[in-house]
Design a protein around this ligand. Structure first.
Ligand code: SF4
Ligand code: SF4
Length: 143
């Protein structure tokens, strides 16, 4: 493949991003942090509590899927956001790990620019993340 390959995505030269850990993507509506059963078990283990207790404290069901509870009084921040820090960072769900490399953000240059409005880590000063890394994260985000 060459860089002229028309099959390559619009971001073939990579995209500029470096997380500033501002915490904004863990806050605000609308939005859901979807989790799998396995992720829930890993988070419960990390917190040294039972899965049942974890579910009661931190999980709600939406459209028959599991998602993390939000703190309504704090601009719908994720239940695990304290200040700007994720309290379960090592075991955070895949959805969080793969942001901003989601299909909807990478769909077009325009959608990427829309994502940049809410994520200060996407900016012209940030280092370039190569295509290979973006592709890897994108694949992880929807598997
Ligand atoms: S909004 Fe962007 S820069 Fe801020 S914490 Fe989330 S990924 Fe990082
Ligand atoms: S689990 Fe952590 S990284 Fe994910 S939204 Fe909540 S605070 Fe943010």
């Amino acid at each position: 493949m060459t860089s002229q390959d028309p099959a390559l995505p619009w971001y073939k030269e990579g995209l500029r991003f470096k997380c500033t850990e501002c915490g904004k993507c863990c806050t605000g509506a609308p939005g859901f942090v979807w989790i799998t059963q396995e992720e829930m078990e890993a988070m419960a283990r990390h917190l040294a509590i039972s899965v049942d207790l974890f579910k009661r404290r931190y999980v709600r069901i939406r459209n028959n899927r599991l998602c993390l509870v939000e703190k309504k009084s704090e601009n719908n921040a994720c239940i695990f956001l304290e200040g700007k820090r994720c309290q379960i960072y090592q075991v955070r769900p895949k959805q969080c790990r793969t942001f901003p490399w989601w299909k909807e953000n990478l769909h077009s240059e325009e959608s990427w620019n829309v994502a940049a409005r809410d994520c200060e880590g996407i900016n012209d000063e940030a280092p370039i993340v190569p295509l290979s890394q973006i592709t890897e994260q994108l694949e992880k985000s929807h598997t």
